[in-house]
Write a protein that binds this ligand. Sequence first.
Ligand code: HEM
Length: 408
Amino acid sequence: MNAGFSFNPMDPQLLADPYPIFQWMREEDPIHRSDLGFWVMTRHEDCRHVLIDKTFGQGDFVKNIQLFYDADFDVLAHPAYIWLSRVFVMQDPPTHTRLRGLVAGALSLKRIRAMEPRVRELARAMLARLADQPGTNFIETFAYRFPTLVMCDMLGLEEHEFSDELLTQLNLAIADTFPVFETRALCEEELALANRQMEFLTAFFDDLFERRRAHPRDDLTTALVQAREGDASLSSEELSTSVIGLFGAGFETTAHMIGNGMFLLGTHPDERAKLRADQSLAAAATEEIVRYESSLQATYRTALADTVVSGQSIAAGDRILTIVAAANRDKNVFDRPETFVIDPREEKPLTFGGGIHYCVGAELARLEGRVFLEELFTAFPDFEVDTQTARLRQAFLFRGFEHLAVRL
Ligand code: HEM
C-alpha cells in the first residue's frame, strides 16, 4: 500500500484477506477518500461516530446508487433497487421508525429468549441429520438451512408450506438479490438475476400474505397483514419489502457467522480445545467470531449536513463507508485485536452497527451462534473441518464461505 492507494471493494487482495489492508488504512489513512467517490472509515471511534450521530443518515437513495453507476442510470427501473429503496434500513425517520416498529416487537429480548428451546431443537435435529451425510458442503446443508428454518418459524411458515427445494430456492434468491447492498455497480447479468429473483421473492411472500389474509393464524405474518389492514399508512409494498428484508437479513449474515465460526475453530485448535473443555464460553466464542471475522464487513451513511469527523471536513451529501470489520480490530479499543481468542472481552464489537439502525436481529443471531456451538460440542466434539478445501465467496460486504466441508 502507498500514498496512491484507493479503496476498491473488488480488489482480489481485499477479497482474499482484507485485514492487512484495514490495518494499513487505520494507521495511515483512517478517513480515506476512494477514487470511487466515497469516504472510507476504518477506526472504531470514527465508524461509531458516523453510525450514531444524527448528522448522518441515508439521504437521497437514487443519487447514492448512481454514484456506483453514472448520473443517467435509471435506478428505479430495476425491481431489486426498487425493493432496496423501500427496505427500512435505507430509510431515515420518520419512515424508518414506523417500519422498524412493525417488526421490533417480534425480536424483543423476551421473545428471543422464549425461542431458545425451539432453536435448540432445530440445531440438534439438523446436526444429527448432518452426521449421516459426511463430506457435504456445510454452508448449504447447515449454515444456511438452520437460520432459514428459524426465520420460517418466526414468520409462522409451517412445514407443509415449504419443501427442501423451495428453501434452497429462497436461500439462493436472497443470495442473488443481496448484492444490491454492495458498494459497487453490478454487471448486467448480476443485476438481471437480482431483478428476476426479487420478483420470485415478492410473488412467494404476496402469496403467503394472501393465505394469511384469508385464513388468519397466530403468527407474525398474520399480525403484519392485520397491521396493514388497520393502518392505511402501511402500503402492501412496504409490508412485502419489510418481510423480505427481515427474512433475508435473518439468515444471510447469520449463515456466514456460522460458516466463519466453523472455519475459525478449524484453524485455531487451542481455542477450540478451550471451548470443548468449557461450553459456558459459547456466548463469548460467538462474540469473538463476529468480532474477528464479521460476516457483514461494512455499512454506509450519507452526511445530511456539512460536518467534521476527526478533523476531516465532510460535505452534505457525501457518502461514507464505515468498515465495522476494521473497527473490530482497532488496537485503541481491543486488546490483542488481530488474535482470535475465546475469552469474554469487555468491549462489544461494532458488527451489529449502532444508533437507530442497530441490528434488530442481533440477539437472535447471538442466540443462534451460542446454541449451535453448545449443540455441536455436546453431540460431536470430534468434528473435523477441512480448511484446505474451503472456498471463500467473492463478495466484499457479505463475507463468508461458499464451500466448507465438515465431518461430524
Ligand atoms: C451475524 C449476524 C448479523 C449481522 C452481522 C448483522 C449486522 C447488521 C448491521 C451492521 C446492521 C446495521 C446496518 C446499518 O446501520 O446500516 C443490521 C441491521 C439490521 N439487521 Fe442485522 N445482522 C445480523 C443478523 C440479523 C438477524 C438474525 C436479523 C433478523 C432476524 C437481522 C435483521 C436486521 C434488520 C431488519 C436490520 C435493519 C435495522 C434498521 O434499519 O433499523 N439481522 N444488521
